[in-house]
Ligand binder design. Sequence first.
Ligand code: HOZ
Length: 439
Amino acid sequence: MISSMYEKSSSLYKRAQQFIPGGVNSPVRAFKAVGGTPVFFEKAKGATLHDADGNTYIDYVGSWGPMILGHAWPPVVEAVQKAAERSTSFGAPTEVEIQLAELIREMVPGMDKIRMVNSGTEACMSAIRVARGYTGRDKIIKFEGNYHGHGDSFLIKAGSGAMTLGTPSSPGVTKGTAKDTLTAQFNHLDDVERLLEENKDEVAAIILEPIAGNMGCVPPAEGFLQGLRDLCDKHGTVLVFDEVMCGFRVAPGGAQELYGVKADLVTYGKIIGAGLPVGAYGGKEEIMKMVSPVGPVYQAGTLSGNPLAMHAGLALLSELHNNRSIYDELEQKTVHLEEWLHRIFKHHEIDHSMNRVGSMLGIFFCEGEVTDFESCSKTDVELFRLFFHGMLKRGVYLPPSAYESLFISNALTQEQLDETVAAADETAEELAELREQAG
Ligand code: HOZ
């Protein structure tokens, strides 16, 4: 029976399923991992979401990262409105593309050249093509549980929705493509070293989420990123950091700045456009000069550098650049939440493990540290399902999958944090009671 709380969402979901595969335009949204009706949203402001039934929620998804200053942040809204009045697309160059490129170059270490695209998927696909063109090699190494969008080469032991739905390796990816993708365990340098030795002079690139955000939040182990840097230097392999989720979120210069390790190429997604459909890839001049029209590696797009997205991104990134205290505030809020959740779970004797980097937080219902795909897979998905729904009915919107990270927004107020803690305490108590009943 559908709770009256979600009547409109439920009817929209039924209607959507008639015309859209699974009723959604991206699989995690279908709530398959947690069951129940996906919530259909109408609007949001700050850290508050409003659904189609008039319910409100405190948002811990933030459109998977870009809402770092909250939804409908006025300077972004104004920038988009003004840009729209001047046209939604030219398919030709505009000055704002240069302004955003200049700003990103100032914020991010080693960003000699940057190319705007339309999504994180496109950015990662393009970065790999460029790395292949540059090295003249075919193979790439990726990590189990890392997700780089839905490009064929990456849908091998992938995280996020692929892991959530139990299809980490997708049908439709040809054997030819799959054979060029080698997979290693995240945080296991020896695994990478072995693959590079076994495939000498054949590996064009190593691509990774330097802070994995698609198997919950899993930080790099001490020395892991530097170890990869050294291995890439030794083997003439291009190091690609996929900072679609952590870029501009954990620091203005992303994981590169936070850990002091430089990649050769970096990819970005949604945050570059403040939540509009944008991506970008860039890095070393020597590699980026392979990109068309300067070099022979082809990559193009009518909507690339779209004026709405560029103006929105410029407004958001300017604020992140000029006001570094945002990162301290985000950290404080996230630490507060992490500490309280820890206390609550401990009090109710719920096995758990948490990872946090800046304002990204991973909650796992399992014992022991989560450091890679294998340890992440031990999380109790049924317990997560119960926790998710307990929080949802109390007005807290968490990622609808045990394998996704939470993203905290700086619009989150102390009052909302207190409400979240109270909801978590009640939910944990409910879970403990269920456990008692089950004996
Ligand atoms: N793959 C996204 C999170 N890692 C989810 C995308 C979406 O459903 O919007």
